[in-house]
Design a protein. Structure first.
Length: 202
């Protein structure tokens, strides 16, 4: 049976103009930085009026939160698609690793969008930071549940290791050598999986 553990958010159909604004923000915020992109630019590139922008989003901060939620949705849907194709938790962990490696080596890669957003909003109570925290907690819980399912003796600690390795690979893959970053991430997954009792005894 497929693994029913990812539980991505439900995708809602948006009005065409609202979706166009969100798609524009998704591209520009990631490529150029959130604070570097102003409302007037978003409106111009989206080909909407200012009234339409404010009707759908009300403020730039609200759009930023929606952008983070949209990035989370896209990532969760991709992981869920992999989960629906396997009944093996270890395979899904390997699929998540493969997804991370593909992201790091993809054209236009600029690091982790969630970490990038967090660096631009220093107030931990800001709605943008809360949206980032929600994604990171979801990702950690997903890894912890998969590690528990394969019998890892310390699934929470191991999930901490994989999240930290993910963070480092995303940063290193952008600022440094993406091949080295991907290889280091692979080694961490291998070390974590080697600690599973059946593997350790093999």
């Amino acid at each position: 049976m497929p693994i029913d553990i990812v539980k991505p958010p439900k995708r809602h159909s948006l009005a065409p103009a609202k979706q166009r604004i969100l798609d524009t923000a998704d591209r520009l915020f990631y490529d150029e930085g959130i604070r570097a992109v102003g409302i007037d630019r978003l409106i111009a590139v989206s080909s909407v009026t200012k009234a339409t922008f404010y009707k759908h989003y009300g403020s730039k901060d609200r759009l930023i939160v929606e952008y983070i939620a949209y990035r989370h949705l896209q990532f969760a849907e991709t992981v869920d698609a992999a989960a629906q194709a396997t009944d093996a938790p270890e395979q899904l962990l390997r699929d998540i690793l493969a997804l991370q490696v593909r992201l790091i080596s993809s054209p236009g890669f600029r690091g982790c969008p969630f970490l990038n957003a967090a660096t631009e909003f220093t107030d931990g109570a800001h709605p943008v930071r809360r949206a980032v925290d929600h994604h990171r907690e979801w990702f950690h819980d997903l890894l912890e549940n998969l590690l528990r399912a394969i019998g890892h003796p310390l699934p929470g600690d191991a999930a901490d290791d994989l999240v930290l390795a993910h963070d480092g690979a995303m940063l290193g893959g952008y600022a440094g050598d993406p091949v080295a970053a991907s290889a280091a991430l692979q080694r961490m997954y291998d070390r974590v999986l080697a600690a599973v009792p059946e593997r350790a005894a093999a």
